[in-house]
Design a protein around this ligand. Structure first.
Ligand SMILES: Cc1cc2nc3c(=O)[nH]c(=O)nc-3n(C[C@H](O)[C@H](O)[C@H](O)COP(=O)(O)OP(=O)(O)OC[C@H]3O[C@@H](n4cnc5c(N)ncnc54)[C@H](O)[C@@H]3O)c2cc1C
Ligand code: SF4
Length: 330
């Protein structure tokens, strides 16, 4: 492991200035992903700027009835917050579905959004990997890819984003706020993660050196009846092979509003807008849910060993929407 410096930032301008002064510096949240990558040699920062003492650790109800979540709020505090559990239950469930209690106590909201892929070739320095070493090739396309992307990938990279939390944030139209030396900025989650294209090493639209300061959820009454379901290869302490965040509002026997986002199928949390459009205003039935899932998944491009994800996601859509519809009818 390369030697590195460590500084603890106490205010936002100071944190941004420290990072800007050293092109090889990185922000340190809980360190649960970055430090592992440093140990494997994938990340080799010269300086870590610890952001955990910054005054960004609060969750506040906004004036319009949404939530503003500070970037250094831990995953544990986020999942336990009464307003998160009441207004956006799928978000609390998604966070609790991730990692372990100890990791969630350390991991932060900002770090969770920026965690890197779990593709095994990304952390294997001997393997070609366009994301780690641009232009070197993608070992997964012809290699081990049973948990890789079926949507929105490219021949240059088929890795998936591993975050559970991000899937619920995508369903609820989260907006990421950041600070740079040139001032603050905002990115809707849809625009936050870049398309893979031929630049899989460029993962987000954050300007260089930007510090994530908060994530804001606009008010979404539909989110009060929402659910996160994660499928994984063992019962706990494992990343998703497919997941879904769903919310449903049924009125007069028809779908008034629906939110759907998929996890572990693309390089970013995948908002299933085609399925949402197909469902809105239509009947509340398993057939309608399946048809909407098929419409979304028509764009899927499976590799030889991950085609099961198409069926898995279709079944998840039907199962979770059916459960929500039954709950709405009670
Ligand atoms: C064994 C294990 C199992 C896991 N299982 C799951 C799982 O099932 N589901 C899941 O979703 N996650 C899982 N995780 C991942 C975990 O959720 C992430 O590691 C964690 O959320 C990252 O947050 P952090 O604060 O520790 O980030 P760090 O490791 O500190 O940082 C990650 C990245 O974010 C950057 N960063 C951090 N904060 C900021 C900021 N405010 N502004 C700008 N950049 C910032 C860092 O520079 C770094 O590039 C698991 C991790 C481990 C080790
Ligand atoms: S899928 Fe992406 S991360 Fe994995 S080897 Fe290919 S380029 Fe690297």
């Amino acid at each position: 492991m390369r030697e590195f410096g460590y500084r603890r930032a106490v205010d936002v301008p100071g944190a941004v200035a420290l990072l800007g002064a050293d092109p090889e510096a990185r922000f340190l949240g809980g360190g649960t992903n970055l430090v592992d990558l440093m140990k494997s040699g994938v990340e080799r920062p010269a300086l870590l700027v610890d952001v955990r003492e910054l005054p960004l650790d609060r969750i506040e109800v906004t004036q319009d009835g949404g939530l503003r979540i500070g970037a250094t709020v831990t995953n544990s505090d986020l999942a336990a917050h009464p307003e998160v559990r009441r207004r956006y239950p799928a978000l609390a469930q998604a966070v609790l579905a991730g990692a372990s209690g100890q990791l969630r106590n350390m991991a932060t909201v900002g770090g969770n959004l920026l965690q890197r892929t779990r593709c095994g070739y990304f952390t294997d320095l001997a393997a070609p990997c366009n994301k780690r070493a641009p232009g070197s090739g993608c070992s997964a396309v012809e290699g081990e890819h049973h948990n890789h992307a079926i949507l929105g990938a490219s021949a240059h990279c088929v890795a998936v984003h591993p975050s559970d939390m991000g899937v619920a944030l995508a369903a609820f139209d989260a907006v990421v706020s950041y600070e740079t030396a040139d001032g603050p900025g905002e990115l809707a989650l849809d625009a936050f993660y870049l398309p893979v294209g031929d630049t899989p090493h460029r993962e987000t639209a954050l300007p260089p050196g930007a510090l994530i300061t908060a994530v804001t959820l606009p008010p979404a009454p539909v989110a009060a009846l929402s659910r996160y379901r994660k499928v994984r290869e063992r019962a706990s302490y494992a990343f998703a092979i497919g997941s879904i965040a769903a919310a449903l509002d049924v009125r007069d026997g028809a779908v008034h509003e629906v939110r759907l986002a998929f996890g572990a199928v693309a390089s970013r949390p995948w908002r299933a807008r085609t399925a949402e459009r197909a469902l809105t205003g239509g009947p509340v039935s398993a057939d309608a849910f399946a048809a909407a899932a098929d419409a979304e998944l028509a764009a899927a491009e499976a590799l030889p060993h991950n085609g099961y994800k198409v069926t898995l996601m279709r079944n998840l859509v039907v199962a979770v929407l059916t459960e929500l519809a039954e709950e709405a009818a009670r």
